[in-house]
Design a protein around this ligand. Structure first.
Ligand code: SAM
Length: 269
C-alpha cells in the first residue's frame, strides 16, 4: 500500500473523520438495515470514522474493523474510545481476514474497494466471514461522475488526471458501477446496486454547494503534487482546475452533480 494515494498523515486521518461526519445522514446512515445486536465488520475501516457513526446511531451493534495500516488502527482505537465505543479492531489485509467463517451478520465497506487491485479477493473473504443470510453493503464512488456546471476544461484535466493516479496506484476510479457484477460473481444473492445522485447549486439561502466543494477540495488538493510528480501533468493546469472548483460556489450559475453507488447482497441461506 505504499502507493495509497491519500497517505496516512495526521491531517489525512482527521480528514477521514470530517468526511464521515459530512456523509453521516446523506450516505452512511442512508437505507441501513441493522437488527438489535448485529455483528458488523468494516473492511478498510481506516481511522474508525464510519464505525463511530454506526456505533453512535446503533449502540447495540457489535463492531469490528480491519485496516492494513497500524497507524490507522491506532487512531481508530483512540477515536472510538473518545466516543465511548468498543470494537474488535485488527491490523491486516481484507483479502486474508483473521476471523473464522460465519462470524458476522453484516460486512460493509466505504471508499475502500476503489483502492484495491483485486477487489474480488476482499469480496470472497467477506462472503466467508458472513453467516448465511448475512448482508454485504458497499459504498463506492465514480470520480468521473463528479460533474460541475459550467463545464471547464481545466477541471476536466484535473479530475481525469486524478483517475489516472488512482489507476497507477492499482485502484479503480469507477468502482461504483462495477459493484453489481462483482457481487454476483462472488456468490451473493438479492444483489442491488443503486446510483444515488447528489446535486447542489448556488443559492444565497443554503450553503450545500459550498460544503460539497470544500469536501471535494479536502481530498483532491492533497493529490495534486503527486499527480504532477508521478504522472508529469501540467502543474499550472491542475492548479487552474482546482481554482475553478473553489470558485464554483461564487459563480451565479454554479452547480455540481455527483453519483455515489450503494451495492448490497446477501449470502444465500
Ligand atoms: C479512503 S480510506 C477509507 C476508510 C474508511 N472506510 C472511511 O470511510 O473513513 C481506505 C482505507 O483502506 C485501507 N486499505 C487499503 N488496502 C487495504 C487492504 N488490502 N486491507 C485492509 N485495508 C486496506 C487503507 O489503509 C485506508 O485506511
Amino acid at each position: 500500500m505504499s502507493d495509497y494515494i491519500h497517505g496516512y498523515d495526521l491531517e489525512e486521518q482527521a480528514r477521514l473523520v470530517a468526511q464521515a461526519n459530512y456523509w453521516r445522514e446523506r450516505l452512511i446512515l442512508r437505507e441501513v438495515d441493522f437488527a438489535e445486536g448485529d455483528a458488523v465488520l468494516e473492511l478498510g475501516c481506516g481511522v474508525g470514522a464510519v464505525l463511530g457513526i454506526l456505533g453512535q446511531a446503533y449502540p447495540s451493534l457489535r463492531l469490528a474493523g480491519i485496516d492494513l495500516q497500524s497507524t490507522q488502527i491506532d487512531y481508530a482505537r483512540k477515536h472510538l474510545e473518545t466516543l465511548e465505543l468498543t470494537a474488535d479492531l485488527r491490523v491486516g489485509d481484507a483479502s486474508q481476514l483473521p476471523w473464522a467463517e460465519s462470524q458476522f451478520d453484516q460486512v460493509c465497506t466505504t471508499w475502500f474497494l476503489e483502492h484495491l487491485p483485486q477487489p474480488e479477493l476482499a469480496l470472497k473473504e467477506a462472503y466467508r466471514v458472513l453467516q448465511p443470510g448475512g448482508r454485504l453493503s458497499l459504498t463506492e464512488p465514480d470520480y468521473m461522475k463528479i460533474r460541475p456546471w459550467p463545464v471547464n476544461s481545466d477541471y476536466d484535466y484535473l479530475i481525469s488526471s486524478l483517475c489516472d493516479l488512482l489507476i497507477q496506484s492499482g485502484g479503480s476510479p469507477a468502482m461504483g458501477p462495477r459493484l453489481g457484477p462483482l457481487l454476483e460473481s462472488a456468490g451473493f444473492s438479492e444483489v442491488r446496486n443503486q446510483a444515488w445522485g447528489y446535486h447542489y447549486f448556488q443559492t444565497t439561502a443554503n450553503q450545500e454547494l459550498k460544503k460539497f466543494v470544500e469536501y471535494v477540495d479536502g481530498w483532491l488538493a492533497p493529490t495534486v503534487p503527486q499527480i504532477a510528480q508521478k504522472l508529469g501533468r501540467d502543474p499550472q493546469q491542475l492548479a487552474a482546475g482546482l481554482d475553478f472548483l473553489r470558485q464554483l460556489p461564487h459563480q451565479p450559475d454554479g452547480a455540481i452533480t455527483a453519483t455515489i453507488f450503494r451495492a448490497t447482497g446477501q449470502k444465500p441461506l
